[in-house]
Design a protein around this ligand. Structure first.
Ligand code: PEP
Ligand code: MN
Length: 389
């Protein structure tokens, strides 16, 4: 195996067509994004590598290749996609001779990866990641809507909303039990009781449930929560991300109020570095100078994140807009831009909601939204995943 790493006769081979197509369209994008940018230019970030394996390579040879790198203390990441098998190497690969690796009979091509995110990087994993939450799928042509109130407020409220949104086509039900509020005097959520009420709504509807965690110490209470949400304000709570990286359940990671796409992908990397590869990215609007809307919906983040990463990307037009009348048009914009799902706040009595009433749709408004996005999804032959019966 050591012969892999010493200089040998270099042999240039052509790349897999699928991989080449993707790479050529993205090369300019990557270089544009990186021009003069701080973090992605650091040395460690420049040193990872991807090895594109020849089609038809035996498992034994592939395992030997991986073991040889692991023996030299490189982190490895194997992606066996439909178009290509890729071995990603994480670590300082400067000691490796790229040409001698390229000359191996099982190697199609070798490239350096300069982005600081690796496991979240589309270069490490060319196919879309599909996340399956109890039969509700997101990514790779599957689309799902997560709907429900901002906060779980009472048994009646959450059960009624859950029943109506799933009947209208939502695949999962959301409800905040631990609320990150700007004011300590605002409603802070029902906490453990809120999670129990959400679980009861799951039992009644069959829909997987989504709820936000703010402190890793609360993790035992989230055992029956199907998707754990990391809110915008905690996107860079790295200790929380590390704790969630230990789990093997999906995490919905929202973009921070003032965070770049690269920072969002680096937070996804924290989860994935811990071994939790089930990450759903969420664009929920960013802070700008414009006061008419709560945030500014960054629709360009959707196609960009999908090019940079293989992870599913959903949009939350409710928090982006802050106004219910904008939720439907922004939802349609998100679908047209390629989002893999939506998160929509719905309340049975928005005027009396304990949080975010201004942006909450009523259940009939939500049903209309589902009708309108359904038309777009059908146009693109995408599959809408409703709640399992
Ligand atoms: C929420 O989903 O209720 C929430 C608080 O969202 P964000 O973290 O995007 O503000
Ligand atoms: Mn909210």
């Amino acid at each position: 195996m050591s012969a892999f790493f010493t200089s040998g006769e270099a042999r240039r081979v052509s790349s897999l067509p699928g991989v080449l197509r993707f790479s050529s369209c993205c090369v300019k994008l990557y270089s544009d994004l990186q021009q003069g940018k701080g973090e992605s230019g650091n040395r460690a970030a420049e040193l990872s590598m991807i090895i594109i394996v020849r089609p038809g390579t035996s498992r034994e040879k592939l395992d030997r290749l991986i073991a040889s790198f692991e023996a030299r203390n490189f982190g490895t990441h194997l992606s066996e996609g439909e178009t290509a098998t890729i071995v990603g190497l994480i670590g300082d690969t400067s000691s490796l001779d790229i040409n001698s690796i390229r000359a191996l009979d099982i190697v199609e091509d070798v490239r350096r990866v300069s982005e600081p995110y690796k496991k979240a990087n589309r270069k490490f994993h060319t196919d879309d990641t599909v996340i399956d939450v109890g039969g509700v799928r997101l990514g790779g042509g599957y689309f799902a809507v997560i709907a429900g109130p901002c906060s779980v407020e009472s048994a009646r409220q959450i059960s009624e909303v859950a029943r109506l949104v799933t009947a209208a086509g939502a695949g999962m039900v959301r409800g905040g039990a631990y609320k990150p509020r700007t004011s300590p005097y605002s409603f802070q959520g029902l906490e453990a009781e809120g999670l129990q009420l959400l679980e009861a709504a799951k039992a009644a509807t069959g829909a997987p449930i989504v709820s936000e965690i703010m402190d890793a110490a609360d993790l035992p209470l989230f055992e029956n929560v199907d998707v754990i949400q990391v809110g915008a304000r905690n996107m860079q709570n790295f200790r929380l991300l590390k704790a969630l990286g230990e789990l093997r359940k999906p995490v919905l990671l929202k973009r921070g109020l003032s965070n770049t796409m690269e920072e969002l992908l680096m937070s996804a990397e924290y989860l994935m570095a811990g071994g939790n590869e089930q990450v759903i990215l969420c664009e929920r609007g960013i802070r700008t100078f414009e006061p008419y809307t709560r945030n500014t919906f960054d629709v360009s983040a959707i196609p960009l994140l999908k090019r940079l990463s293989h992870l599913p990307v959903i949009a939350d037009p409710s928090h982006a807009a802050g106004l219910r009348e904008l939720v439907d048009p922004l939802a349609r914009a998100a679908v047209a831009a390629g989002a893999d799902g939506l998160m929509i706040e719905v309340h049975n009595d928005p005027a009396h909601a304990l949080s975010d009433g201004m942006q909450a749709l009523t259940p009939p408004m939500f049903a209309e939204l589902m009708e309108s996005i359904g038309k777009y999804l059908r146009l693109e032959d995408r599959i809408l995943c409703g709640a399992p019966l």
